[in-house]
Each structure stands twice: as structure tokens, then as C-alpha cells.
Design a protein around this ligand. Structure first.
Ligand code: ZN
Ligand code: ZN
Length: 333
């Protein structure tokens, strides 16, 4: 039996809050939407008023065009939406990503959106927010998902590059968050050569730079002769890995940066020679440690492998249930 959060409704395409008359990350256009972050399964176009961080609004504008109904909120600055007190906190997932704290009727509910606890040079770290109900994502909520240290994966990438000077390394990385984090991690590892981009990654990478994330020398690869790309690192969207497009590259070592690369089968399916396990989502250890740290009265689970996390919570004596929201499985990571 649920005791908390009777004032929040989990609908198939999002969470609706009647006393605030708003939706969180709705899958369809709604008059008033609170958006946790810019990934396409959370931030759709066509809402009336959009309440989000300035960075998320900028990402949405880059993807969908101007957002006339956008209202920017700063982290840690509470606002009132209808009868509900709302406050955004960093989620550590991608630039601008937020967990949303809702306060109403003496209860505190946190919607995590997507989050990770591992440090990320491209966004502020996740802030755990004490609450009665923690609504958590569960993208990698199975014990098999243990993300290795990012530095280790970056070292694998640099080793592969160094060992094949006649080839290039082509890394599939999602356009929002992963590509920029990968570049920032390369810089942190001391790599100073230009990083080359497929055209589909340019716009959001430039936006990150405009928003103050320093990425060093990043260049479009378009127009460069094959020979000039020997020994270089090139990033592309995962869909371009198997494309005819890559034939213009010098014998690429095909890599992919994703939490899903933990599964060898996925790497094989995608013909990935160099799987890099680099995720922007909490792994099993981070999910369970976060719930342990917050010790909420209830946990609601969404976004992936709900069952295992619900079971874990129940074993720890924390009432938990799965919210079945549509279209949130297997997020691009
Ligand atoms: Zn996301
Ligand atoms: Zn997501």
C-alpha cells in the first residue's frame, strides 16, 4: 500500500501533479512541463510552459528551435508552481540535468530523472536530496552492471590509438552528453591532439563550449583527406559506425562508449572492436548506495529494469513499486 504521494499520478507518458497542474518529462505536448534534462525521451517539443535549467532550455532550443514558453530555474532555488514548492538539484547526468524536488502536503518527493554519482567534468555533481519518496531511474539496475572507472576506459582508448599509428579510432558516442564527456576525459588524461567530430555531433558540442565547458581543440572532420586522419580520434553518433560514411576514414578501429558495452553480446551485435564501458547512468552499486544513503520511506522505480531494484528495496524493508512509463527503456547511453 502506498502511503505517500497520493497527490502525484504516474501516467503512461509521464508524471502528473494535480496540485501544481504540471507534468514531469511528459511524452506528449502538455500545457506545463517540468523537464529534468535534454535527452529526447525526457525533453519533447511542443509544450506550453517549459520549466527547466537554463542549460536544458538551451539544449532544447538547439534541438527543437526556440522555446518561447521556457522558464529557467537555477539549481537550489525553490519556486512555486501552483500549490507545489519545486526545486531543481544537479543530477550529474549531462549538462543541465536535474533531479526535481516536489514539496506538498508536508511530503518531499524527488524525481531523479536520470542520474549518476561518478564525477563528470562536463556537469556539476549529483546532489543527494533527502526525501520521503525517491522516484529513481533503473536503466542499469541489475547487479551485472558495474561501470569501471572512466579513466580505465580512456586509457584503453589511448592505448588502442598509440598501438596503430596507420589507423584511426572511430568512437560511437551519443550526441548529448557522452561525446562531450569523452572529450573532456581525454583532456583530463593529458591528450592534447585535436579531436575530430562527425557533423551530427558538432552542434551540441559547440553549445557545451558556449555554456562554459572547455573541450580543447575540437574540429569537424568533414573535408579532411583520409591520410590526415591517421592516428587520430574521431567521434561519431553510434548509428554512423556501420555507415558507408566511415569508409572515408583510414582503416578505423571501431569503438563505442556506452554503459551497454558491459554486455559483450551488444558489442558483438554492433561490430564494435573496442568496447568502452562509459555510462552516464548510475550502475547497480550507485543505485543501491544512493537509496541506502537517502533512506526514503518509499521508492518508486522507473526507466528500465524495475523488478530487480524493487525487489532489493523490499528486501531492505523499503516499500517500493514500479511505475510503468512508456518509451523510457534502453535509453541512449
Ligand atoms: Zn538521460
Ligand atoms: Zn532517461
Amino acid at each position: 500500500m502506498t502511503r505517500f504521494g497520493t497527490w502525484l499520478r504516474a501516467e503512461p507518458d509521464g508524471i502528473y501533479c494535480p496540485p501544481g497542474d504540471f507534468w514531469i518529462d511528459p511524452g506528449q505536448p502538455r500545457p506545463r512541463a517540468l523537464i529534468t534534462h535534454g535527452h529526447a525521451d525526457h525533453a519533447r517539443s511542443g509544450h506550453g510552459t517549459v520549466i527547466a535549467t537554463a542549460e536544458t532550455l538551451a539544449i532544447m532550443a538547439a534541438r527543437y528551435g526556440p522555446q518561447p514558453g521556457g522558464k529557467a530555474v537555477a539549481y537550489g532555488q525553490p519556486i512555486r508552481v501552483g500549490e507545489v514548492r519545486v526545486c531543481f538539484y544537479p543530477a550529474g547526468h549531462v549538462l543541465g540535468s536535474a533531479q526535481i524536488l516536489l514539496e506538498y502536503a508536508g511530503e518531499r518527493i524527488v524525481v531523479s530523472g536520470d542520474f549518476k554519482r561518478t564525477p563528470d567534468p562536463t556537469c556539476p555533481p549529483c546532489v543527494p536530496v533527502p526525501c520521503d519518496v525517491f522516484i529513481t531511474e533503473a536503466t542499469f539496475a541489475l547487479p551485472v552492471f558495474h561501470h569501471p572507472p572512466a579513466e580505465k576506459e580512456i586509457a584503453k582508448l589511448l592505448d588502442a590509438r598509440a598501438s596503430a599509428p596507420e589507423r584511426c579510432v572511430l568512437v560511437g558516442a551519443y550526441a548529448l552528453g557522452k561525446a562531450q564527456r569523452l572529450i573532456a576525459l581525454l583532456r583530463a588524461a593529458g591528450y592534447e591532439r585535436p579531436v575530430y567530430l562527425h557533423g551530427a555531433l558538432t552542434q551540441l558540442t559547440r553549445l557545451y563550449e558556449a555554456l562554459g565547458v572547455r573541450l580543447g581543440d575540437v574540429q569537424p572532420m568533414a573535408g579532411l583527406p583520409k591520410a590526415a586522419l591517421k592516428g587520430e580520434i574521431i567521434l561519431c553518433p553510434p548509428s554512423a559506425l556501420a555507415d558507408r560514411w566511415s569508409r572515408r576514414l583510414p582503416d578505423p578501429i571501431t569503438a563505442m562508449a556506452s554503459g551497454w558495452m558491459r554486455l559483450r553480446q551488444r558489442a558483438r551485435q554492433k561490430n564494435v572492436e573496442l568496447p568502452l564501458i562509459l555510462s552516464d547512468h548510475a550502475d547497480w552499486g550507485e543505485l543501491t548506495a544512493t537509496i541506502g544513503e537517502l533512506a526514503p520511506a518509499e521508492v518508486w522505480v522507473t526507466h528500465g529494469r524495475e523488478e530487480a531494484l524493487v525487489h532489493w528495496c523490499q528486501q531492505k524493508g523499503i516499500p517500493a513499486r514500479a511505475l510503468l512509463l512508456h518509451g523510457r527503456e534502453d535509453e541512449e547511453d
